[in-house]
Design a protein around this ligand. Structure first.
Ligand code: UDP
Length: 347
């Protein structure tokens, strides 16, 4: 692939920053547009960082004027399901209005190719397993609905304005840069793998395993071991899919709107994740049982056959231990927590 100039909107966040690193590694020029509300400036080393908000026409103009881009990747969004139920206005404002403003600014600047971060939350209640792209989309929370709405806008932009886009519907993004350069830094952290590994870190630092701060939400559910099943996909594999989608758009192979699931196709329960973390860390990680978290679907596993067939996507991380291993290595390289500090829980 020849070197291209790529605008990465929301590039300072977890998946966005891994994407920037991958684009730089492939020799592309990267400009990050991010308001740093949830991202980190130090995660985009080597990129040009333009600080701005997608809801500001002035900020967008300032970024697009005087620069030319071959393609945009759009990661900027609020992305906590629970928070979206409590603050729908903020979610629609950032995720929907912000995306509309971005699309208009891009159209004005004649940047007509976009890779969009979408989600399995656009499907809603699972009716068929595994979930394919043909699964009905009836999202059940404001986060899922906000992403679904943007997909509809992208379809119409493709049909009417020739604005081509690829929507990538992630399942559970997990893991860190295999070379240990970047990690997952959410605040608050609500995701399972980082929370389990934080607990391991606490015990490794001399904390009492019995004083665990880890909660397991739901243990008597209608799943094989009673806990929720998810499809954990390594963040680097997600980035590879973005590159493939970008190549397709740049080559003009995809001229309209396309959507692909990005999942491993393999389900892993919460208990299996904890077991994997025990194996990888060699630490006796304990947990407390807690009621099922509101809005948590029992089972979310995607079929990525289309991404494999059409994009030629070949995920490298096929086992949960490998995914956890990259997260653990990165976490160990960070400052160790105090033994008394239990991991926090939000949502
Ligand atoms: N989970 C848990 N304890 C935690 C955090 C998460 O038991 O402290 C469970 C959660 O209920 C879900 C699974 O782990 O079944 C994955 O949650 P996560 O927040 O990582 O991703 P989600 O699938 O909600 O996007």
């Amino acid at each position: 692939m020849t070197a291209h100039s790529v605008l990465v909107v929301g590039g300072a966040g977890y998946i966005g920053s891994h994407m920037c690193r991958r684009l730089l590694d492939a020799g592309h020029r990267v400009t990050v547009f991010d308001n740093l509300s949830r991202g980190h400036a130090d995660a985009v080393e080597g990129c040009e960082l333009v600080r701005g908000d997608i809801r500001s026409a002035g900020d967008l103009r300032a970024c697009l004027e005087g620069r030319s881009f071959d393609l945009t990747m759009h990661f900027a969004a609020l992305a906590y399901v629970g928070e979206s139920v409590l603050k729908p206005a903020e979610y629609y404002d950032t995720n929907v209005r912000g995306s509309l403003m971005l699309l208009e600014a891009l159209r004005e600047a004649s940047v007509g190719r976009l890779v969009f971060s979408s989600t399995c939350a656009t499907y809603g209640e699972v009716q068929e397993r595994p979930i394919t792209e043909a699964h009905p989309q009836h999202p059940v929370n404001p986060y899922g609905r906000s992403k679904w709405m943007v997909e509809q806008v992208l379809r119409d932009y493709a049909a009417t304005y020739g604005f081509s886009s690829v929507s990538l519907r992630y399942f559970n993004a997990a893991g860190c840069d295999p070379q240990g350069r970047l990690g997952e830094r959410h605040d608050p952290e609500t995701h399972l793998i980082p929370l389990v590994l934080r607990e391991a870190q606490r015990v490794a630092a001399g904390g009492d395993p019995e004083a665990t701060g880890l909660s397991l939400f739901g243990t008597d559910l209608e799943t094989p071991d009673g806990t929720c099943v998810r499809d954990y996909t390594h963040v680097s594999d997600l980035c590879e899919a973005h590159l493939l989608a970008a190549e397709r758009l740049l080559a003009g192979t995809s001229m309209g709107f396309e959507a692909y699931n990005l999942g491993s196709g393999a389900g892993c329960s919460v208990l299996q994740v904890i077991e994997a973390c025990r194996r990888v860390t060699g630490i006796d990680i304990r947990y407390r049982t807690a009621p099922r978290r509101a809005g948590d679907p029992l089972w979310l596993v995607g079929s990525s056959d289309r991404a494999r067939e059409v994009l030629g996507w070949r995920p490298a991380f096929t086992a949960i231990d490998g995914i956890v291993g990259t997260a653990w290595r990165w976490m160990q390289a960070q400052e160790a927590p105090q033994p008394s500090g239990a991991p926090g829980h939000a949502r």
